[in-house]
Design a protein around this ligand. Structure first.
Ligand code: ADP
Ligand code: MG
Length: 584
């Protein structure tokens, strides 16, 4: 139960509702208990009438009265059962909601490295499947648990007071039922976990095939995939059949054991009646009803045990993630306005998961409002520099300073909201183009959206779509071309109007003429804003105030276009290479 203690804060939060729910549960059960004794009384009335102990009108009156009481108790019990579900099950839904939010908020605090270590499916499972298991504990388990407890506490002593021998024998099969149900629930759980695992394999497989459908068609892999799907489907069939087989045991077993209890009641009760040890046949009817009232709660005890165990296991998985400390911590509570000068002081950075040292003793300074281009081969560390500025990672050694303050001393929200980043893989959400651009500024007006789209030279393209700005993008923006995606991402960064722009190779899929146009627009738009442009084209770099050439995590050359063109080296080579390809 240690792991489940995490939920105590939520139980505290909803203690009043829970208490009411528990009281209602007790009341509902007590009304239910009234019924069997009136069934007994009704039968006794009939008995007395046949023995001519009471007159016909009196018997009719008594019967009518008892029947009305039974109906009334049933209605009240039903009504309170309804209220009970309304309160306790609702509380469990509130707790589910809170817990999901807690997990999601925590996910958002965690670093990129956390997301590299854990698979997306796993993250999703903990927030959906595992929270669902925990909810069963927080609601149904409490509700049925209370219900069972109330019945046991009230009913079992009552049965022993009324007819101890019948009570003893009729209760005998019930513990066996409880243990059996517990065992079956465990097997059911094991097998249904297998089915679930299978389903997630299947959906991963399906998702990958659908998103890679163009590759599959181009390589003619359809029949191969069909075979794989068939294998998977067969596996699923076996696992589901296994599950169905144990499931099938559940109710027959229950009915069998109820039957045994009933036989005991009738046999022992009948014998006692013949021997005159009990006064009326009504007692037998009463006990049959008691036994039937008890079976479900007894079965539930077995079920509850397995629910609690599962909830414990799920909460353990959830806690593992909740206890994960964000490595990047916001140490400054006060907002810190950012102007935009950036300095790297002897910065080295090693990716923990691959142990690749992506940056080695990098030092440079960018003044507020300057534009700096970073050039270099793939893998030279360009994107890493931008990630360090946005503090997606913390340096391994050295210091990154913004406005001459170490980046760790800045308020993280202030820092991130002053940065407009266009990442290399231009990620777009599957939403309208308009909302994708607005992502940079929630309250942006339509004019603003159009204006940034024009600056990013994507307005014409968007107007060409039949739904214009309301076009819904496919997953990861697949309905757009690579260049269009990049330009929508640029628009998204522009609308944010931040102090620092980070463009990570975001014009790579755009032709040189459009690139030229965008760069010109950017020059106006980002005027006086610190701007870093990562590129592998000299054309993107040559107008920058400063150019850094990276190689293998080190700065190879730095200076203006004219400085670098006069030195022999990577930049000059690249410049003349690209110049000649352009002329061809
Ligand atoms: P560039 O943007 O210049 O292509 P990067 O900064 O992306 O280069 O990468 C620099 C080096 O760091 C590469 O060797 C790359 O393999 C490694 N690297 C980049 N990102 C990660 C990551 N998230 N985890 C581990 N290694 C990484
Ligand atoms: Mg890169």
């Amino acid at each position: 139960m240690k792991e489940l203690r995490h939920l105590n804060k939520y139980f505290k939060k909803y203690w009043f509702k829970l208490l009411i729910g528990i009281l209602i549960t007790i009341v509902a059960r007590i009304f239910q208990l009234v019924m069997p004794s009136f069934v007994k009384k009704s039968i006794e009335v009939v008995e007395n009438y046949t023995r001519n102990d009471i007159t016909e009108p009196l018997a009719k009156d008594l019967l009518l009265e008892y029947i009305l009481i039974i109906i009334g108790a049933a209605l009240l019990s039903g009504f309170f059962t309804f209220l009970m579900r309304q309160t306790i099950i609702n509380v469990s839904r509130y707790i589910e909601f809170d817990l999901k939010n807690e997990i999601f908020d925590h996910y958002q605090l965690l670093n990129l490295s956390f997301y590299k270590r854990n698979r997306t499916g796993d993250l999703m499972n903990r927030i959906s499947e595992d929270v669902g298991q925990v909810r069963l504990y927080a609601g149904p388990a409490i509700m049925y648990g209370m219900q069972t407890l109330t019945l046991f506490v009230c009913l079992i002593p009552l049965m022993f007071i009324k007819a101890p021998t019948i009570a003893f024998y009729s209760l005998l099969p019930l513990p066996i039922l409880s243990v059996l149900i517990y065992q079956i629930s465990k097997i059911i759980h094991k097998r249904s976990t297998k089915v679930q695992e299978y389903l997630s394999t299947l959906s991963t497989f399906a998702q990958e095939s659908f998103s890679g459908v163009s590759v599959i068609k181009a390589y003619g892999l359809e029949s191969q995939l069909n075979t794989e799907v068939e294998l998977l489907a067969n596996e699923g069939k076996t696992k589901s059949m296994d599950l169905a087989k144990v499931n099938a045991w559940f109710f027959p077993l229950m009915i069998l054991l109820i039957g045994i209890s009933n036989i005991f009641v009738i046999y022992i009760g009948g014998k006692q009646y013949i021997n005159g040890e009990i006064a009326s046949v009504g007692t037998i009817a009463e006990f049959i009803l008691y036994v039937n009232m008890l079976t479900w709660p007894v079965a539930i005890v077995g079920w509850l045990t397995s629910i609690v165990q599962r909830a414990e296991a799920s909460q353990k998985r959830i806690n593992e993630f909740l206890q994960e400390e964000p490595e990047i911590k916001n140490t400054c509570i006060e907002p810190t306005p950012i102007k935009g000068s950036i300095e790297f002081k002897d910065v080295s950075f090693t990716y923990e998961d691959t142990n690749i040292t992506a940056l080695k003793h990098i030092s440079f300074r960018i003044e507020e409002g300057e534009t700096v281009a970073i050039l270099g081969k793939t893998g030279s560390g360009k994107s890493t520099i931008l990630d360090l500025i946005a503090r997606l990672y913390d340096v391994s050694s050295g210091e990154v300073e913004i406005d001459d303050t170490p980046i760790k001393e800045l308020n993280l929200d202030s820092l991130r909201s002053s940065i407009g980043a266009v990442p290399q893989d231009a990620f777009l959400f599957s939403d309208t183009i308009k909302n994708n651009i607005k992502f940079g500024k929630e309250d942006a007006s339509d004019q603003e959206i159009i204006s940034v789209a024009k600056q990013a030279v994507v307005h014409e393209n968007i107007m060409g779509f039949s739904k214009k700005y309301h076009t819904i993008l496919g997953e990861r923006g697949i309905t757009l071309s690579g260049g269009q995606k990049q330009r929508v991402s640029i628009a998204r960064a522009l609308i944010k109007d931040p102090e620092i722009f980070l463009f990570d190779d975001c014009l790579s899929a755009v032709d040189t003429e459009t690139e030229e146009e965008i760069l010109n627009n950017l020059k106006k738009a980002v005027h006086k804003k610190t701007t870093l442009i990562v590129s592998h084209r000299v054309s993107s770099a040559k107008n920058a105030d400063k150019i850094l050439v990276l190689e293998d995590g080190k700065i190879l050359q730095q200076g203006t276009h004219n400085d670098l063109i006069s030195q022999n080296g990577y930049y000059k080579e690249l410049y003349f290479n690209q110049l000649s390809t352009k002329e061809n």
